[in-house]
Design a protein around this ligand. Sequence first.
Ligand SMILES: Nc1ncnc2c1ncn2[C@@H]1O[C@H](COP(=O)(O)OP(=O)(O)OP(=O)(O)O)[C@@H](O)[C@H]1O
Length: 704
Amino acid sequence: MASIFASEQAHLTKVYHQLEDMRDTLNAQLTANKTQGFATKEQLDQELTLNFDTDIKTMETYADIEAINREIDIVNHNHDISTGQLSKVTTLLTQPYFAKVDLKFSADEQPESYYIGTVGVDDDAGEPLVLDWRSPIAATYYQQDNGPTSYEANGQIIQTVLTGRRQFDIDHDNLRAYFDTTITIEDPLLRDALSAHNNATMTAITATIQKTQNAIVRAPNDPVMLVNGIAGSGKTSVMLQRVAYLLYQHRETLSPEDIYFFTPSLTFQHYISAVLPNLGETNPISLTWDQFIEDIPDLPSTLAKSETTSRNQLDQLIANLDQVTLTPSDVSPVTLLGNTALNTADILAIDQQFNHLPMGQQRLKAVQDVIALRCQDFLRTLATDKQTQDTVLSLSPTQQEHYFGHHVDPQTDDQVHQLTLQYLQQRASTKSQNAKAYQWLNFEALGKRLLHINHLTVAAWLLLKIFLTGYGNQRAKLVLIDEVQDYSEVQLMVLRHFFSKARFIMLGDENQAITSDKANFDALRSIFNTPQHPVVTYDLTTSYRSTAEITALFSQLADNAAVIQPTSVQDNGTAPAITVTQNSQDTMTQLQNQLTSFTALPGLTAVITNTAQTATALAASLQAFSPTLITSDKPLPTTGLVVLPLDLAKGLEFGNVILPDATTAEYPATSLARHRLYTAISRATHHVALIAQDTLTPLLGMQG
Ligand SMILES: Nc1ncnc2c1ncn2[C@@H]1O[C@H](COP(=O)(O)OP(=O)(O)OP(=O)(O)O)[C@@H](O)[C@H]1O
């Protein structure tokens, strides 16, 4: 054993030196590159004479500029390559690798060893020094199939034999321990990771991704994927690893700006924000549902925020749209610079020109195009107006620059007319947008008329606009929805159609549906299924977050309690503390005692309340503990006490959790309350305490 340790330490030392050499070489290259960059710039300043006197001189000048631009491009390109490489080497210098696989490719050859790290780098000879965890060979580490196994590279299945699988605990160039996981199914690295007390920010799980989780990280790129996993099963962690994996696999075609990530809260966005950067990747575009709505331009403020229209009504509306005939109340006049360019009758007449087409995108696009032409005609006529022409002729030099880009001196009537038209076009396009983007179509009025309702909802307005005009985001390639059980059917319909070209990955746990009227997973599938591409579901049933005792407590509240397993590597913890108090003073004393003991423990302590009002009131009365009251956009502190309502605790975790209002009144015997209690308890990693004044929630009857 000692000799294995010594030889692994020797290998690590060697790799570490190579990495240090690479870092020094890259730094030197970057310095040289910078010097060359300055030299090129100086050359540009000194040598380049801009001469546009004749056509030939102009062409020569352009050729010189082109040549210098090429040199600058080369310098920039070299700079980007060196910076990218340096960032990888720097990442590895904290921990060069975390695992090794020994693979035997043919019976008569010795196994080859591959060291796996957070990123990959090659040595000077172009041989892999450390393999990226996302590389094809690294799949054998995660699949954990000792003996014959295979992996896929460039579309080919490569057969091999896994003869060794070793994990390392490494700090810089210091090997602290190694574990041969072919010998034991224990996962010491996982145990270490789970006993850590870092609650303020989520950390990547690269070294310890489990087999079922790996199947999701490396899953085929199906159009719609649903990860159905119990609390703490690693849904968010796995999905972030998958994003890093997809960005690596599809580097040429997928970039972070193509990915939209729907999160439950801004606090949660802060919580996960470091994971991908630590994996060397840029975060995708993160947004909550509310941010998504706020970003929609032209959304009328009069729309109803709460959803009163059912999916069924919206399905019917969409199905019958092609039969719709526009009426005067459905359209608004088009005004240009304060003048009515087209009134409602004009617009309806244009629509009638296309009545051979069913109502829908094609027809309305045709109407839109004609309206745009008519607006141009209108401006052309306006440009003949003498007074407007005089205004143009008396524009100051600065105004001329603004409207035309240069000074003007029209000589003929025709030139004056042209300039006036240009001037009006400029003003019309910046000041009056209503000829654009179907603003002549009053979706709100149309929706109310068709649905026979007085208040149109945001979702109905959006769906109408999407189906009638093709409105939406067609650039997004991947949409991720975390905590998907908290979306209604109508919200999911909107997202599915708004991001019409995107693949979807949704993560959720029906046990954590903490508000009523949300879509269950059968409904979700019915929204996203297509005949060619049914939703592909992955189940995660092992919970990693909490001690066995806490997992047992929240598991009994699940709809599918039987399938939930605690992870076998979690150390034993302490029993949950459940206290019933007699009066409010007693409750406060219990809470303070519990806080005194919890805040002395490692990790964040959270008081999770059922409502935001209780959180605010409690935070005020617990000043002695210097609590941080978490409001929607606050990041978590690194230590101490936080007080927050359950809806803001979604997706987060805390070392120690207290539920101060575990009463019958707050958590009655309903399935919604059961889901809320399950969600609240499952936020705790190490310790949980429940306090109930008078009567404990009947949902925990067994704990009496
Ligand atoms: N393979 C793993 N290795 C190490 N830690 C893991 C692993 N899988 C999950 N965890 C840890 O378990 C905890 C829960 O993970 P995560 O938040 O991703 O789960 P989740 O299913 O999204 O949770 P929830 O739905 O309850 O909010 C995190 O601390 C995460 O680091």
